[in-house]
Design a protein around this ligand. Structure first.
Ligand code: IMP
Length: 197
């Protein structure tokens, strides 16, 4: 059985395939010619649904898409859906991270959020799976792993005071927002495969 992931990012496709390994589902990336619209909605769910709907419509296949970001309590939940362009439209991960370090005090609450939307074009059904990971702002950046805001994110469930960037990929998957949302999706896929016989 196959799913289409609405992304041209091979890293994201492989990551989801790893999280669904052994479930009997294979993950294809988006065909080259299919273009996605801008991710400019006000919620993670709307952004994810927009991409999954576009992919399902363009290909006629069962499609999923994700949207994720970080919310800082000290900023009233910002940057949220604007996490990728927090320091400007073309901002790099490094510029976004430095802006967060300037604006958010060490020790204050952070949360990673991930929403995966699934759209089945055969019957028009739409489902959402979400995952959250609570944490705190580190006093300084640490670690080489992960990406984005990981060097300053100390998850509540992390061993010791390690940042996400100091965890192995497997350790991060176990507690991350994306790992949690993907396990919700996986449980649903396994259930639906069992029901289909
Ligand atoms: P998108 O889901 O690809 O739109 O990514 C949103 C942005 O949120 C990324 O560019 C990162 O800045 C941030 N982000 C999402 N998930 C993570 C994560 O696991 N670690 C660090 N940053 C993340």
């Amino acid at each position: 059985m196959k799913l289409l992931l609405a992304t041209h990012n091979e890293h994201k496709r492989r990551e989801l395939e790893r999280l669904l390994a052994g479930s009997g589902w294979q993950v294809d990336g988006l065909p080259e010619h299919v273009r996605m619209g801008p991710e400019d909605a006000e919620t993670f769910a709307e952004n994810a649904l927009g991409k999954a709907r576009a992919a399902a419509q363009a290909t006629g296949r069962l499609s999923i898409a994700d949207d994720s970001g970080i919310a800082a309590a000290a900023l009233g939940g910002a940057p949220g859906v604007r996490s990728a362009r927090y320091a400007g439209e073309q901002a790099s991960d490094r510029e976004n991270l430095e802006k967060l370090m300037r604006e958010v005090p060490a020790g204050s609450a952070l949360e990673y959020v991930c929403v995966i939307a699934m759209v089945d074009p055969r019957d028009g059904s739409e489902l959402l799976f979400d995952g959250r990971c609570a944490g705190r702002m580190a006093a300084q950046e640490r670690g080489e792993g992960g990406f984005g805001y990981d060097p300053v994110f100390v998850a509540e469930d992390a061993p010791g005071e390690l940042t996400m960037a100091e965890l192995s990929a497997r350790q991060k998957d176990e507690i991350s927002h994306r790992g949690r949302a993907a396990r919700e999706l996986r449980a649903w896929l396994e259930q639906s495969a069992a029901t289909a016989g």
